[in-house]
Design a protein around this ligand. Structure first.
Ligand code: 5GP
Ligand code: MG
Length: 183
């Protein structure tokens, strides 16, 4: 297979800029949750937020917290063509705890809306959301994200955990694919 870099059209956010921003977010989140008091749980939405989560955690080394995970998988119901279904599975200790949801990107907000609802139903004491990326025009007002890494243009991006067909998650920068790579 040719190297992955050949598939990339341009780099939108360089890894150094990501690292700097994630450090800022980590410090701010740790300070905010210290001020909040009580117990903290970070719930991360798989798999796109894996690298963001890992880097964010490394920026809050003295914060006592638990980790939970949500798996969201889309599949198509064969009897209803064109209808995407979403399966959600939440692990982790959420009830009566201050929860920070972590996701890679806020686009139409459909995913986060469901997961936010799920975490509230599970009895969280409070809920805030951190996303690395947000596509401005599209993020709906009823799906709040209190911590946002970068507002980006409305392009399909990969890298730093974000995939296309499960590839490119290990590409270190946020990047746009060459036309023709997505089919
Ligand atoms: P939403 O429900 O907000 O439309 O998007 C939810 C999920 O779609 C995100 O968590 C992410 O996994 C995926 N997604 C949305 N936009 C992009 C994008 O530009 N690139 C990639 N790789 N995934 C995206
Ligand atoms: Mg996702």
């Amino acid at each position: 297979m040719p190297p992955m870099d050949a598939d990339i059209a341009r780099i939108l956010i360089h890894r150094n800029d990501i690292q700097r921003r994630v450090r800022e977010l980590g410090l701010r989140i740790a300070a905010d949750y210290d001020a909040l008091g009580g117990d903290m749980t970070i719930v991360s939405i798989l798999a796109g937020s894996l690298i963001f989560l890992a880097d964010l955690l490394r920026e809050m080394p003295s914060k006592k917290l638990k980790i939970g995970l949500v798996q969201v998988s889309s599949y198509r119901e064969e009897s209803v063509p064109g209808t995407p279904e979403t399966l959600l599975r939440l692990t982790g200790d959420v009830a009566r705890r201050h929860v920070l949801l972590v996701d890679d990107i806020l686009d139409s907000g459909g995913t986060l809306r469901r997961v936010q609802h799920m975490v509230r139903q599970a009895g969280a004491a409070s809920l805030r959301t951190a996303v690395l990326l947000r596509k401005p025009g599209k993020a709906p007002p009823d799906v709040p994200a209190e911590y946002v890494g970068f507002d980006i243009e409305d392009a399909f991006v990969v890298g730093y955990g974000l995939d296309y067909a499960d590839y490119y998650r290990n590409f270190p920068h946020i990047a746009v694919l060459r036309p023709g790579m997505m089919r």
